[in-house]
Design a protein around this ligand. Structure first.
Ligand code: ARG
Length: 471
């Protein structure tokens, strides 16, 4: 251990006569979670050291020593040989302190023209920038899986719902692509948050700037940021980019959760529209017949954590005076948790998307029992028989009500019953008007569920995948 200031054992201990009480240490430490920032902290420190050399604060030998020391710290951390202790508070102190142990006095020069306030703000920005890249990769492969499964299921007809009541027949591709577009927008949202995080704040010092002619252009180019913060107070105090990251994470998890809700419902005995493979479900310890959609339920549950993380940061920032306040140490907990939760959820969702099987025979049953083509029959009266829509609606409504009374559906109800309601409800024409398959194809408006529109939509999805992989 390097020689510490007497009495306190802290790198900042000069003005202190008493050492920190155990509760100060326990409540103050963040290394138990911010050690996740070690790579970004090293990256920031390397850039900072090079900048100090460039402006003449470190000579070439000193820079070399510092860079060597930082590399050694990196390998110690990565091989699991690094000693973490709450006494040294956070990852920044750990790295600086170990550097000084390894390289002596020169290590103590690294913190020139830098504060932990700009340091941690920069590390977190780099971290978010890097992890969003992983999230974007995951979103991309989920979108690919949705695209592939949609292509395979253009001719699978399933019920579409409103109010969770059978509404109209749709192609399963349409259902899958609905989620494809949601995750496409999520990816755009993450890119926006990434862009916003990618700003140089290092060089702002504690909050007012620093007493050195630092070279922030150099730092920006070393750290590959897209801009430089123009105000040091804003730089150390603001966390907008983290809010944006958590908004994007929340939106993504809300989409994932809704999808999971559909999967949970559709795989139930009552709906029976999809089947999940054994490998992605669990059994019950007491009920031998059970096969539970746990992944979907867990993702639905995890979405609540991420909305909680967003609320955590909102609460943290509200009413916080300028500039840095120690409360901000807690921002990372929300961000780290959201990163891991989004990543694992997207992975779980993709596994289900890739392996779930539709059961069109069950879809057909619900569609028939749910009178899903009643609107089509009314539209047939309008289009072919020039009957006003309200009147057509009334006639079909009467037919449905007659079917319900007789425990029949539009396909089983005898013709003599139908023609008593309208002479048009007869023959081949009637059969075509209520057909499930034809119903879907009549929805040929742009963005509709007709086969031709599905092929067109698949083409758009393909283009969207191609353009996002170029990013
Ligand atoms: N661990 C702190 C954080 O995460 C680093 C900054 C501490 N700054 C300070 N002035 N105590 O926010």
């Amino acid at each position: 251990m390097q020689k510490k200031e007497e009495g306190t054992g802290k790198l900042w201990g000069g003005r202190f006569k008493q050492s920190a009480s155990p509760i100060m240490e326990r409540i103050g430490e963040s290394v138990s979670f911010d050690q996740k920032l070690y790579k970004e902290d090293l990256e920031g420190s390397r850039a900072h050291a090079k900048m100090l050399h460039k402006i003449g604060i470190l000579n070439a030998e000193e820079l070399k020593q510092i860079l060597e020391g930082l590399s050694q710290v990196e390998s110690e951390i990565e091989s699991g040989n690094f000693k973490f202790s709450s006494e040294l508070e956070d990852i920044h102190m750990h790295i600086e302190s170990r550097l000084t142990e390894l390289k002596g006095e020169v290590g103590k020069k690294l913190h020139t023209a830098r504060s932990r306030n700009d340091q941690v703000a920069q590390d977190t920005r780099l971290y978010v920038r890097n992890r969003i890249e992983e999230i974007l990769d995951r979103l991309e492969s989920l979108r690919k899986a949705l695209y592939t499964r949609a292509g395979e299921n253009v001719d699978t007809i399933i019920p579409g719902y409103t109010h969770l009541q059978v509404a109209q027949p749709v192609r399963a591709s349409h259902f899958l692509l609905a989620y494809f577009w949601m995750f496409t927008r999520d990816a755009e949202f993450f890119r926006f948050a990434q862009e916003s995080a990618n700003l140089l704040v290092l060089g702002s010092g504690a909050m007012a700037g620093v007493n050195y002619q630092n070279d922030r252009d150099f730092l920006a180019s070393e750290l590959r940021t897209n801009g430089i913060s123009p105000n040091s107070m804003d730089a150390v105090a603001s966390r907008d980019h983290l809010l944006q990251f958590l908004f994007a994470a929340t939106q993504t998890m809300l989409h994932a959760s809704r999808f999971c809700e559909d999967i949970i419902l559709y795989s139930s005995q009552e709906f029976g529209l999809i089947r999940l493979p054994d490998s992605l479900t669990t059994g019950s310890s007491i009920m031998p017949q059970k096969k539970n959609p746990d992944i979907a339920e867990l993702i639905r549950g995890k979405s609540a954590r991420v909305t909680g993380n967003l609320n955590h940061l909102i609460g943290l920032l509200k009413g916080l005076p300028l500039t840095y306040n120690r409360d901000l140490q807690e921002d990372k907990l929300a961000v780290f948790d959201a990163v891991e939760t989004v990543l694992i959820s997207l992975e779980g969702l993709e596994a289900m998307v890739s392996e779930m099987q539709f059961r069109p025979e069950r879809g057909e049953r619900s569609l028939k029992e749910g009178f899903a083509t009643a609107t089509d029959l009314a539209d047939f009266l309008v289009g072919e028989k020039k009957i006003a829509f309200r009147t057509a609606h009334e006639l079909v409504g009467r037919l449905v009500s007659e079917c319900v009374e007789r425990k029949e559906n539009l396909f089983t109800v005898p013709e003599e019953v139908r023609i008593k309601i309208s002479s048009h409800f007869s023959g081949e024409e009637y059969q075509k008007a209520v057909s499930l398959e034809l119903s879907a194809d009549k929805k040929a408006s742009y963005g509709g569920t007709a086969r031709s529109r599905q092929l067109e939509q698949l083409e758009l999805a393909k283009k969207s995948l191609e353009s996002s992989s170029k990013h």
